[in-house]
Design a protein around this ligand. Structure first.
Ligand code: ATP
Ligand code: MG
Length: 420
């Protein structure tokens, strides 16, 4: 039979050991922090009706127009692998009437997202997000608390150089007039815009402010600013948020051009940008979306959320996450009889906590000690024919190289006594 090697679909990012251990440490930190702030986890479907994303993210956005993994299933339904999770969280919030269970709902999620983008460093077709959403709180205090929590997470992981960029996108009251102003500005400069931006002027002119095409950036440089068009309510919300961040000493930059690539945002939007990430410089992003719950069929409910790009976060923290805890003792049998004797001790100690390693292949002393060293154990416990005769195992401290002897008939206890 011809040998073929099957590989992953292009751009689908998988996490292998030892990276997967580092991921879990970071994920645990995220869970601990969020649960400390009163968030609870949602584990959601990865596949949704396509309509969910078309209606929430918006038809004239890059995600919906170009990046979704959409297909028709065997019953002719159009389904989509989720490109982001906020829409799904809102769908779940409505579907399970979570708003009836409590007035404020704080939910978080961790998992893969799928976007058909050009794969490159920090940009994949299957990537992962850590995210959270708060429902039922309109106050800018909520925006501030959530941003402080995010900054605290980055600080705990020693993420350096992530700068918070903030903007307000206004609301139903003030955004329409701003959109008209922007439309006029863009129509006058249509020739300079890329095809997407030109096509989107009438339906979604804000997209032009988010376009990465250098020509569009240049054309949009003198565009009217939303910050000058906010209504009183939006203005107060934004200045209230900024002054709370000032009070607690969280640095930020107001960036009136930050619009984000999704349509559902109202008022606060933000991104954490890190220069070290190069072109893929956003490590986390989010904002307020006070209309979405209602637009997806629920009761009007204000909401605020964010998503962190897991891959990009890991690029920023390098190897600074604490190393794995290693097993404590390598059991080193020399010969079948020693292996037989050590196996029950290995099982017994590992029932309590992963404490010992044991090789089953009867390798040489040298090769077993080399492996013990690589595993980072503190002790190697050697049992060969001599030790069996004398009824004592040889116990070597791998750091100090000191050796001692432990009685074979109470090895389990003796090893436990060595624990720090
Ligand atoms: P970008 O501008 O880099 O395309 P985005 O605005 O599309 O990002 P969001 O939809 O806000 O991204 O998703 C939140 C976070 O998820 C981003 O800040 C980023 O860290 C991460 N992210 C988004 N798309 C990808 C991807 N294709 N691969 C890896 N991480 C991604
Ligand atoms: Mg994108």
């Amino acid at each position: 039979m011809k040998k073929i090697q099957i590989k992953t679909v292009k751009g689908f990012n998988e996490i292998l050991p030892p990276e997967s251990f580092r991921w879990r440490l970071v994920e645990d930190k995220f869970r601990d922090l969020l649960e400390g702030y009163g968030f609870a986890e949602l584990r959601l479907a990865l596949l949704e009706p396509t309509e969910l994303f078309a209606r929430s993210i918006g038809g004239e956005t890059d995600i919906v127009e170009k990046e979704m993994y959409t297909f028709v299933d065997r019953s002719d339904r159009s389904l989509t692998l989720r490109p982001e999770a906020t829409a799904s969280v809102v769908r779940a919030y409505n579907q399970y009437s979570l708003g009836k269970i409590s007035e404020i709902n704080k939910l978080y999620y961790v998992g893969p997202m799928f976007r058909y983008e050009r794969p490159q460093k920090g940009r994949y077709r299957q990537f992962h997000q850590l995210g959270a959403e708060v429902f039922g709180e309109e106050s800018f205090y909520q925006d501030a608390e959530t941003l402080v929590m995010l900054a605290q997470f980055f600080h705990a992981l020693s993420v350096k150089g992530a700068v918070l960029h903030l903007n307000s996108l206004g609301c139903e009251a003030c955004r329409p007039a701003f959109r008209d102003q922007l439309k006029n500005y863009l129509y006058e400069r249509q020739e300079a815009l890329c095809g997407d931006c030109r096509r989107r002027i009438s339906e979604n002119p804000l997209r032009a402010l988010d376009c990465k095409n250098p020509q569009c950036r240049e054309a949009a440089a003198g565009a009217p600013l939303i910050s000058n068009a906010l209504c009183d309510g939006c203005h107060q919300h934004f200045s209230g948020l900024c002054s709370l961040l000032d009070d607690v000493g969280l640095d930020y930059q107001v960036n009136p051009r930050l619009v984000r690539g999704l349509d559902y945002y109202t008022r606060t939007t933000f991104e954490f940008l890190a220069g070290d990430l190069g072109a893929q410089n956003a490590v986390a992003a989010g904002g307020r979306y006070d209309r979405l719950v209602e637009e997806l069929g629920g009761k009007a409910t204000p909401a605020f959320g964010f998503a962190i790009g897991f891959e990009r976060l890991m690029m920023l923290i390098g190897s600074e996450v604490a190393p794995l805890s290693s097993p404590f003792v390598a059991l080193v049998p020399l010969g079948e009889e020693a292996l037989r004797l050590l196996f029950p001790i290995h099982v017994e100690l590992n029932r309590e906590a992963q404490m010992t390693t044991l090789g089953f292949q009867q390798k040489s002393l040298k090769s077993q000690l080399k492996k013990a060293d690589k595993d980072g154990v503190t002790y190697a416990l050697i049992v060969g024919p001599d030790e069996l005769n004398q009824g004592e195992a040889l116990c070597r401290n791998m750091r100090t190289k000191e050796q001692s002897r432990l009685p074979l008939n109470r090895l389990g206890e003796a090893l436990r006594e060595l624990l720090p």
